[in-house]
Unconditional design. Structure first.
Length: 207
């Protein structure tokens, strides 16, 4: 029986650890716990990279619904992978970095494994079986994005208004005045559009 078949028979689930970075995902598919065996793969932390990972899993005859993925919470950089994998039918867990670090230190005593990486995360997933993570509903995801965008525009508007005050107190070419005024008008228009979208989404969530 092959390695993958062994793990499926013993654990009824495949375990994948993902070490998340800003631009890449280091993945380790655990195929056997003792002795440790697995397959490593590095992908881009993008939608296309996640599509490549799912295609690789399918090529290796790994049903998405029998896969348990664990990654650490890393600011916002884990959100794309966690959400897209969940939407593809994969069981996803978001592990507490401190707990994984403690687990990894315990492994290092026996296996000399250094660091909290994708291999440690895969073993953590198989041995601890952390709770399943559920993303917020699609409407809530959109609302979160719109609110973040609104905050960014408000900050830009505040900076432009400060610039406007400064140039009005100095000898400044009319072209600069016009540029700042145009920028403020554009940002206010964007805020108006966002307000409309936020109202629509909020109404849908509360309905």
């Amino acid at each position: 029986m092959g390695e993958l078949g062994f793990l499926q028979e013993e654990l009824f689930m495949f375990y994948l650890g993902i070490d998340v970075a800003k631009t890449k995902l280091d993945c380790y598919l655990l195929t056997q716990l003792e002795p440790l065996k697995g397959k490593a793969k590095v992908i881009d932390n993008t939608a296309q990279g996640l599509a490549d990972l799912l295609a690789w899993l399918t090529k290796n005859h790994l049903p998405h619904h029998q896969l348990h993925v664990t990654m650490e919470a890393t600011g916002v950089y884990h959100e794309l992978a966690a959400t897209l994998l969940h939407d593809a039918g994969v069981c996803v867990s978001i592990a507490n970095p401190a707990q994984v670090k403690y687990f990894g230190q315990g492994l290092a005593v026996r296996t000399k494994t250094d660091g909290v990486d994708s291999q440690v995360l895969a073993r953590y997933c198989a041995m601890i079986k952390p709770a399943t993570w559920m993303p917020p509903p699609p409407e809530a995801r959109i609302l979160k994005g719109l609110l973040a965008r609104r905050e960014a525009i408000l900050q830009d508007l505040f900076r432009e208004q400060n610039r406007q005050e400064k140039v009005e107190s100095t000898v400044t070419p009319e072209l600069i005045h016009q540029s700042i005024n145009d920028s403020i008008a554009f940002l206010n228009a964007q805020l108006t559009k966002l307000k409309t979208k936020l109202t629509t989404i909020s109404t849908a969530i509360l309905a």
